[in-house]
Design a protein around this ligand. Structure first.
Ligand SMILES: [Zn+2]
Length: 67
């Protein structure tokens, strides 16, 4: 599977550095943009650095490059 060398990988999620909105999926975990329920892409819940489960989501634009 060959991918274009043009699509730069998005920076990895940095649990612990996310805002409260990003932790609960109200804002994009990558760029911080406010998310609507319709456009948000679920990144999968995971435990944060402190063990608290977070629900990061991404806006469609970041999700397209963050795979
Ligand atoms: Zn984003």
């Amino acid at each position: 599977m060959v991918r274009s060398s043009n699509d730069a990988p998005a920076p990895p999620l940095a649990p612990g550095n996310l805002t409260e909105e990003q932790r609960r999926g109200a804002a994009c975990a990558h760029c911080g943009a406010p998310l609507s329920a319709r456009s948000a892409v679920d990144l999968g819940s995971r435990p944060d650095a402190d063990g608290v489960r977070i629900f990061p989501r991404a806006c469609p634009r970041c999700a397209a490059t963050a795979r």
